[in-house]
Design a protein around this ligand. Structure first.
Ligand code: NAD
Ligand code: UDP
Length: 315
């Protein structure tokens, strides 16, 4: 028998960057955690320090196949998030988003669990509305190289809404904006990890395009806090809700900040811009502040970058 306050929680994609921080936090709050992952972009190294915790279980499993366990809550994170990895096998990426969502929603329905979907700012595509509000339907190319991810995540949101409307499944949808921090895969191709690794090795910093495109970067601890708060909201609040840091930077500004913080002698070089790369992105977090108990990001870019740089130095 488990203690009454202890929840049984399933985290798909739990061996990934965000998932590993989430498992750690859920365990630290006294919960029983099952981490499901196929290790496509995640790694046992991310959760090795949790393996001695008897409230932690690690399961190698691909979410495109059904999985069953008696749980109270499900956080559905399984999906590669970095463009080079989600484009490596785009059909598989779509399957992971869609079959993964259906399998987890089916499980939530059977065991009456609450389920949270890690959706993304990519549902807004290359946004024509700035900053992005949840009511904006987005500007997504359905046939481009990013579509497997963007449309997969959009279809997953649709499935969540329909399981809620049709089967009363208790759902929560958060739209996560660019998140960074320790345990990002050093070669997964995302901008923060790329620039830090390049700066630490004195290699050229690779800016795609002119570097005037913007992103808003959120430190991982701020996201994890919002995820737990979202899961704990009353059942009538299902989202979608933006979760991100409104501080908006160009890639040129980011590169310069990382060069300064690492005292690097790296030079900036310009490479071709990949197809459909969004020009700007910034979350409007009014709804999150209102519904998540006054939540707002507390870690500024420079502070978060310093922590992330320290992590990459240890590798
Ligand atoms: P990540 O690649 O580090 O983590 C994804 C995890 O899912 C990995 O451990 C991977 O092995 C696992 N996975 C992939 N396909 C799977 C499958 N078919 N079955 C089981 N496991 C599978 O990426 P992350 O940054 O930690 O992202 C986690 C989630 O958050 C993803 O769903 C992503 O779309 C979402 N998200 C992330 C960001 C961000 O900036 N990091 C932004 C928006 C949304
Ligand atoms: N980017 C870059 N150099 C890199 C990696 C990425 O200039 O080495 C750019 C990329 O083109 C995009 C931005 O940085 O404009 C963020 O890229 P990332 O892949 O991290 O996230 P996403 O495009 O999915 O927001």
């Amino acid at each position: 028998m488990q203690k009454k306050s202890m929840k049984r929680i399933l985290v798909t994609g739990g061996a990934g960057f965000i998932g590993s921080h989430l498992c750690e936090r859920l365990l630290s709050e006294g919960n029983d955690v099952i981490c499901v992952d196929n290790y496509f972009t995640g790694s046992k190294d991310n959760i090795r320090h949790l393996l001695n915790n008897h409230n932690f279980e690690l399961v190698r499993h691909d979410v495109t196949s059904p999985y069953s366990a008696e749980v109270d809550e499900i956080y559905n994170l399984a999906c590669p998030a970095s463009p080079p990895y989600y484009q490596y096998n785009p059909i598989k990426t779509m399957k992971t988003s869609i079959y993964g969502a259906m399998n987890m929603l089916g499980l939530a329905k059977r065991v009456k669990a609450k389920i949270l979907q890690a959706s993304t700012s990519e549902v807004y595509g290359d946004p024509a509305v700035h900053p992005q509000v949840e009511s904006y339907w987005g500007n997504v190319n359905p046939i481009g190289i990013r579509s497997c991810y963007d449309e997969g995540k959009r279809a997953a949101e649709t499935l969540f809404m329909d399981y809620h409307r049709q089967n009363n499944v208790r759902i929560k949808i958060i739209r996560i904006f660019n998140t960074y921090g320790p345990r990002m895969n050093s070669n997964d191709g995302r901008v923060v990890s790329n620039f830090i690794v390049q700066a630490l090795h004195g290699e050229d910093i690779t800016i795609y395009g002119t570097g005037t495109q913007t992103r808003s970067f959120q430190y991982v601890d701020d996201l994890i806090e919002a995820m737990l708060r979202m899961m704990a909201t009353e059942d009538s609040f299902i989202g979608p809700v933006n979760v991100g840091n409104p501080g908006e930077f160009t890639m040129l500004e980011l590169a310069q900040k990382i060069i300064d913080l690492t005292n690097s002698r790296s030079k900036i070089v310009f490479l071709p811009l990949p197809g459909d790369d969004p020009k700007q992105r910034q979350p409007d977090i009014t709804l999150a502040k209102e519904k998540l108990g006054g939540w707002e990001p507390s870690i500024k870019l420079e502070e978060g970058l310093k922590k992330t740089i320290e992590y990459f130095k240890t590798l």
